[in-house]
Ligand binder design. Structure first.
Ligand SMILES: Nc1ncnc2c1ncn2[C@@H]1O[C@H](COP(=O)(O)OP(=O)(O)OP(=O)(O)O)[C@@H](O)[C@H]1O
Ligand SMILES: [Mg+2]
Length: 380
């Protein structure tokens, strides 16, 4: 954790922060008390077939449309108390939560798109891409649910949620029959169209706790079964998977319909890819026949190196050779743009924020805004 205090923490807007989860046994457990702004969002967002106006700015210039009143300056966390110019003392203004800037609106899919971000290699940018692609889609007016499937709980922490404060998490969702996704979901403060199913470190125990249910196939499908109702309330569902191909990742691959592979184009980048694609193929032939690989996102990219160009060419060649086949990656692409290495992307999680609120003018924010456009416009 950064030594500076995070300026804000996302809180559960569906119930008071200090209130324990007390599900009403008579209530419909899947009913979700979504904030009133959902209705507003529906009103000012285009219908599924609507697209952005023809004269809409490019996402690079779309940053200019960021509401500067709500956005933080590039190099300062957004909600810090500012000195009062008139008398030189700190103004007695309670900072509000960081508010997502408004980006060019993106088309709403007819059906929720469920995308798992997977790579069993560690530290390649899965969580960073989940948080910031999710925030960019939400900033474009879409309703986004993020699911933290990693016992490291980095996605949860990156959104300003302390796993120790949670009454319910993905752990209880997967291991307790009576817990529904509607009870576990939290809306991110300041981003009313951004929801999260958070994780705790206990999640690591899921593998052994569910081991007896693996033979029947139930252990692999719990997440899909339990989130079916909730995901209908969203346009995009992004599942942040751990760096392994264990039961949690299998649950992610079963609940998803598409896969994005975040990858760092460096030495050994493709090592382990065979095993990953083999696993994807196996899931498609069994539990989840509609699973496809949508594409690769290049993270922490250094475009000028020969090695990076070679790796990108290898990945593109691999996808090209599958065109016209029944393989899950037959229509996959390397999404533009590559995400450049940018310090703001590494700093933002310490403040419990996406880069979209932490440093809206940074290259990191611009790259993820453009990536959101590529992903939203790609054919499913
Ligand atoms: N484009 C970038 N520029 C600079 N730093 C980055 C960038 N992308 C990711 N990072 C940093 O690299 C580290 C690894 O990223 P991240 O946590 O997203 O990877 P991961 O694949 O989710 O890791 P794990 O496998 O442990 O879950 C983090 O410290 C993150 O802040
Ligand atoms: Mg991660």
């Amino acid at each position: 954790m950064n030594s500076q205090e995070p300026t804000t923490a996302a809180v559960d807007s569906t119930r008071p922060a200090d209130a324990p989860a007390q599900p009403d046994p008579d209530a419909d457990t899947d009913a979700i008390d979504l904030p009133p702004r959902w209705a507003e969002l529906d009103a000012d967002h285009p219908a599924p077939s609507d697209t952005a106006p023809a004269d809409a700015p490019d996402a690079h210039t779309a940053q200019a449309s960021v509401d500067s009143a709500s956005a933080a300056p590039a190099d300062t966390p957004s909600a810090e108390a500012q000195p009062d110019d008139a008398n030189g003392v700190e103004a007695d203004i309670q900072p509000g939560p960081p508010v997502l800037p408004k980006l060019e609106r993106l088309p709403r899919p007819q059906e929720p798109r469920r995308i798992a971000l997977i790579n069993q290699k560690g530290g390649v940018g899965k969580t960073t891409t989940t948080v910031n692609l999710g925030a960019a889609l939400a900033a474009s007016g879409l309703r986004v649910l993020m699911i933290d499937l990693d016992p490291q709980a980095h996605l949860t922490l990156s959104l300003g949620i302390d796993p120790d404060d949670l009454d319910l998490s993905v752990y209880e969702l997967l291991t307790e029959t009576g817990v529904s996704a509607g009870e576990v979901v939290r809306m991110v403060e300041g981003s009313p169209n951004l929801g999260v199913l958070p994780a705790v470190t206990n999640l690591a125990g899921v593998e052994s706790e569910l081991s007896e249910m693996v033979a029947t196939g139930l252990a692999q499908t719990i997440l899909r079964n339990k989130t079916n109702d909730l995901v209908r309330q969203f346009d995009y569902v992004l599942l942040d998977c751990p760096p392994s191909l264990g039961l949690l990742t299998i649950n992610g691959l079963t609940a998803a319909q598409e896969i994005i592979v975040p990858m760092q184009a460096h030495f050994l980048a493709l090592q382990g890819m065979g095993k990953l694609f083999e696993t994807i193929n196996m899931i498609r032939q069994g539990i989840n026949p509609s699973l496809t690989v949508a594409g690769v996102v290049l993270c922490m990219h250094e475009a000028n190196t020969i090695l990076a160009s070679d790796v990108v060419a290898d990945v593109e060649g691999f996808f090209e050779s599958a065109r016209g086949t029944a393989l899950p990656w037959a229509n996959a692409e390397v999404y533009p743009p590559p995400i450049r290495r940018n310090i703001k992307l590494a700093e933002a999680p310490s403040f419990g924020q996406s880069v979209l609120t932490y440093a809206p003018d940074s290259n990191g924010a611009k790259d993820y805004a453009r990536l959101a456009r590529s992903v939203a416009k790609a054919a499913v």
